[in-house]
Design a protein around this ligand. Structure first.
Ligand SMILES: [Zn+2]
Length: 1026
């Protein structure tokens, strides 16, 4: 049972609780005072006898899970299988950006580098290895030392990669290097989970590098050689005369000798995909986002909610500055969980509300220390000693733990929810259920493309699937409808009416809502009138000649309607064109590609007027979230139109050159998902930290009116907030560092709740510990968001250079302080960061930072804002797409085929491949593919008869066709946006689009190949070290 079922009553509406500061106080609510009325608490593992009161009106106690309503796909009319996220036009404009995580089985290989015992970690045996350790990747870069003798001499050698200093790498191919050290006999699983002999980070490193003395580890006894990650003999080098003759034949770097994303993903899958990730141990690095794993909450938040750039952070800011590794957490407070994992329990503390620290307002959590026999507790964040309210008192066991610790989610779990009291509500009133307002552009373009008819038809059935909570029979969400072009039309759809009534507001400069009663209605009560309205709208405007639209007044109207109804909610805007009609927020076409690569390029990403920020601020204050569906035929200034969605926690979808026949499935699929997804409204998020660090910067779709509170008019399960931390004091290894993310929000049913996520991290005095507990995917997520925000204020080139410099500094610091001595010609990468160069290169050559000729300004603005709220899995596949060969594995195999590296070299012209990045989906057909395969998939007899650009595969009754279509469905199901399929034939014109996503290759827009970038990075590192 869950707590909800046995929850005590909440205070009646409006009952003032003087001891609690209200909603507007700093901190989300008040702190419970010692005078709080005694309350009993239901244990989450069972109802407490005696609590049978029914909740007060308006407060429904839903089950802890807030599952999405049944997918409408089954009911909604579906089109053919394949409409991707992007129309072909979009693709031509370049890759776009969203990606949902793919869960590859895989994991990071555990470092081959012998690791030192990590004393600061709790001595709890982890189920699997800790973080990928700091195995190093050694590469001999060009010009340098090539001989294989070098690497083995280094104790903690990771992978060796030789890159000619000059850059062009030459060298023998050599056998593919073993990527794993696990075969190395004799290394025990370390306490921290890493493999390798126990020793200090750099035990053998007798003499620290100048300037690094602070961080050097103690020299230890000589250690056995670590497993070689790469055979140095296989490393190409320019000094050909040193090589055996047979090695001189190759004149480029062997791509197999540089770190492979595919290998890292596969290894993590194999190593970490089979066991659940148990969160009881502080500072554990979770499996990669590409690994499919289950999570058991034993006191720290699941990595589905929080991922960090490092799980072991430097004790001092000097160390942090030296390493340059950003300390950041990517937080997805309302992340959806797989069915096997339970949603957070909802704890109800009745009228007294959640227990908090009196000083810092942190919420009760497993890390609070109970003392004095349980009568007081010491805050784990600020050390303040607090009294335990009598009703919360419990005895301690001999270890000092409360005897009821495991009966209370807030004392034993990393994530849980509290029912909020009225003090956490606006104006000290419990909220009304939210409303959805559908605002439909009915100008000429919208009518002509068939959009309006399609949308109205879809809404008739979709309205049955508004988000519900728990077992609620119907959604509490009310709906309203507006259509618009240069003027706005409001509709009265009150259930008592025989027909809907339209009210026109033509004074868009001073928007008001012409009706209150009958505008927002319950779907089931007003169904007949709503259906009638949706039938009539396409007819009413069928002959429209109006091409001009307004935009800001539409949002203003929706927001005013919510304000009048005193509720939060979401506006769904369906819009087609640049709003040039005379009205507030009127825009002009200011697209100018000539600005690219100039100092003024940043203006392309900035809104052209401040009016939208002002509007967004008002929306946030009202809890009005805006989701924008764009259907542009030309430039619409996405940078400006997306301001309000961005600042209100909303989403933007773009369907360039929308045509019903080509794009309906993609649009409807996105719409259904968007309308049905569970959303928290009128939310405020605060991240508290233990003494020594604090949150200093935030990235995502939200608004901030002060430096600590992230305000989200709406927050759904796809959105993340990336938070950066900085030191403000010294941390200590023993106590570690704590994060607590508290999200106050209104549920779909109108219930006010607090969701709490806690995470404990380790702290280190040795840089090596930092480097072996990093997560590169999260680092890339942070760096991409940092860079994508940077383009608003700095020239793109500056942003790119900053990223490169930071990456070089990170790697140089490792080399200087953590790696064993070796020749400067070797590129040595920390095991956990060996993919940093390849992934960073993908960010650098992405359309926002290095656009190709075919990428439009709107596409860049669109991608920029998409990436801003992506989670780690989404950025991972977005920047490094997944390329799956289809005919290599047996047809019977039920699992996804293993991916190959995103490079043209990996394509065989006798095979077929799927490529996806979360937004785009291609099926590439090699020119020499067997005729039988062509027949089975396309129902034509030869390669030449395959239609290039096809977006739907024929439904054929044979194993290959079923397998490929099944795989496409499965890929789509993993992503938050529908990916439209595009069939590309080898050597065909469309292949250019496809090749844009082969990110290890040199790009047409000038982006470096992986190999070239690695050489460049090595050069940068050497410069920093010299
Ligand atoms: Zn405190």
């Amino acid at each position: 049972m869950n707590v909800n079922q046995s929850a005590p009553p909440v205070p009646p509406f409006g009952q003032p609780q003087p001891v609690y500061p209200g909603y507007h106080q700093s901190g989300y609510g008040g702190q419970p005072g010692s005078t709080a009325p005694p309350t009993s608490y239901g244990a989450y593992n069972g109802p407490v006898p005696g609590y049978q009161q029914t909740p007060p009106p308006g407060v429904s106690r839903a089950p802890p899970s807030s599952e999405a309503p049944p997918a409408s796909t089954a009911q909604a009319p579906c089109g053919q299988a394949a409409y991707g996220q992007f129309g072909q036009g979009d693709v031509q404009n370049g890759p776009s950006s969203t990606v949902q995580m793919q869960r590859f089985p895989g994991s990071q290989p555990f470092g081959s580098v012998p690791l030192a015992p990590v004393v600061s970690q709790p001595a709890v045996l982890q189920p699997f290895g800790p973080p990928p350790t700091s195995a190093q990747v050694t590469a001999q870069l060009a010009g340098m030392q090539i001989s294989g003798a070098v690497a083995p001499a280094l104790p903690p050698v990771g992978l060796g990669y030789a890159l000619p200093p000059g850059s062009q790498m030459t060298g023998p191919p050599g056998p593919p290097p073993p990527m794993h050290s696990s075969q190395q006999p004799g290394y025990q699983l370390q306490q921290n989970g890493s493999f390798g002999p126990a020793r200090g980070p750099q035990p053998n490193y007798g003499s620290p590098y100048p300037g690094a003395s602070t961080f050097g580890s103690q020299p230890g006894p000589p250690q056995p050689l670590p497993p070689k990650r790469l055979d140095p003999d296989a490393i190409p080098s320019p000094q050909l005369n040193e090589l055996p003759p047979q090695q001189k034949t190759r004149h480029r770097i062997d791509p197999d000798a540089i770190p492979s994303p595919i290998q890292v993903i596969e290894d993590d899958r194999n190593n970490r995909g089979s066991e659940p990730f148990v969160t009881g141990v502080r500072g554990q690095v979770p499996p990669l986002v590409t690994t499919n794993f289950l999570v058991k909450d034993q006191g720290n938040a699941s990595p589905r909610y929080i991922r960090c750039t490092s799980y072991n952070i430097p004790c001092t800011s000097d160390m942090a500055k030296q390493a340059q590794v950003p300390l950041a957490a990517v937080i997805k407070p309302l992340a959806r969980l797989p069915p096997e994992e339970a949603s957070p329990y909802v704890v109800d503390h009745g009228e007294s509300g959640p227990l908090r620290c009196n000083r810092c307002k942190a919420y009760m959590c497993p890390f609070m220390q109970f003392i004095e026999g349980g009568r007081r507790f010491q805050c784990c964040f600020c050390s303040c000693i607090n009294d335990v309210p009598p009703q919360y008192f419990q005895h301690l066991d001999h270890t000092g733990k409360r005897v009821d610790a495991y009966d209370r989610p807030e004392l034993s779990l990393g994530s849980y929810e509290f029912l909020a009291t009225v003090d956490y509500c606006k104006n000290n009133k419990f909220p009304s259920p939210p409303a959805f307002i559908f605002m439909i552009d009915v100008s000429y373009n919208a009518i002509r493309s068939g959009l309006v008819r399609l949308l109205c038809e879809e809404l008739k059935s979709l309205l049955d699937f508004l988000p519900r909570e728990g077992g609620a029979e119907e959604s509490a969400i009310r709906v309203g409808f507006v259509t618009y072009n240069k003027v706005l039309h409001f509709y009265n759809v009150k259930s008592s009416l025989a027909q809907p009534q339209m009210m026109v507001v033509s004074d868009v400069a001073d928007m008001f809502v012409p009706l209150l009663d009958g505008f927002l209605v319950n779907v089931s009560e007003s169904r007949a009138v709503i259906t009638s309205l949706l039938d009539q709208i396409p007819e009413m405007f069928a002959d429209t000649r109006e091409t001009e639209t307004v935009f800001a007044p539409v949002i203003q109207a929706g927001m005013e309607a919510l304000k009048a109804a005193e509720c939060a909610g979401k506006l769904f805007l369906f819009h087609t064109s640049l709003p040039i009609a005379e009205a507030p927020g009127k825009l002009k076409n200011r697209d100018d590609r000539k600005l690219i690569n100039t100092d003024k390029e940043k203006t392309l990403f900035q809104p052209q007027t401040g009016a939208y920020q002002t509007l967004a601020k008002e929306c946030v204050a009202q809890g009005c979230c805006v989701d924008l569906f764009l259907f542009p035929n030309q430039y619409v200034d996405v940078a400006t139109l997306s301001v309000v969605p961005q600042l209100t926690g909303g989403s933007v979808y773009k369907y360039a050159c929308f045509q019903v026949e080509n794009d309906q499935e993609r649009f409807l699929s996105d719409l259904r998902r968007d309308v049905q997804k569970v959303v928290g409204f009128d939310a405020v998020m605060r991240v508290r930290t233990s003494t020594g660090i604090r949150a200093v910067d935030f990235f995502g779709a939200f608004y901030m009116s002060n430096t600590t509170d992230v305000e989200l008019a709406g927050l759904d399960g796809d959105k993340t907030v990336t938070v950066e931390f900085k030191h403000d004091d010294r941390l200590n290894e023993e106590s570690g560092a704590l994060l607590q993310c508290a999200l106050l929000y209104t549920s779909c049913a109108g219930q006010r709740r607090l969701r709490i996520h806690n995470l404990a991290l380790n702290c280190c005095t040795q840089l090596a510990d930092l480097y072996r507990n990093c997560e590169t995917d999260t680092l890339i997520n942070y760096m991409a968001k940092f860079a994508y925000r940077g383009v608003l204020n700095s020239p793109v080139k500056t942003v790119r250079d900053t990223l490169i410099t930071q990456c070089a500094q990170i790697l140089a610091c490792y080399r200087k302080n953590c790696a064993s001595p070796s020749s400067a010609g070797q590129l040595i990468l920390p095991e956990c960061m060996k993919l940093l160069p390849v992934y960073l290169n993908c960010v650098l050559k992405s359309d926002v930072l290095q656009p190709g000729a075919e990428v439009t300004t709107d596409d860049r603005a669109y991608v920029r804002q998409l990436v801003t709220s992506m989670d780690v899995a989404e950025t991972n596949v977005f920047f490094y797409p997944r390329l799956l060969p289809l005919t290599k594995s047996p047809i019977e195999s039920a699992t996804e085929p293993p991916a190959v590296r995103a490079s043209e070299e990996r394509l065989s012209n006798g095979d077929i491949y799927l490529l996806e990045n979360g937004l785009n989906l291609f099926l590439w057909v090699g020119a020499s593919v067997q005729q039988g395969v062509v027949q089975s998939l396309f129902s034509v007899s030869s390669f030449s008869q395959i239609t290039s650009g096809l977006s739907v595969l024929p439904v054929l009754d044979n194993p290959l066709s079923k397998k490929v279509r099944g795989l496409i469905d499965s890929l789509r199901a993993q992503r938050s946006r529908y990916m439209k399929l595009i069939v590309v034939k080898q050597e065909d014109k469309l292949e250019m689009l496809f090749k844009h996503f082969l990110v290890e290759d040199k790009s047409l827009s000038g982006g470096a190949s992986y190999v070239d970038f690695l050489c460049h990075m090595h050069k940068e590192i050497r410069q920093l070290l010299s």
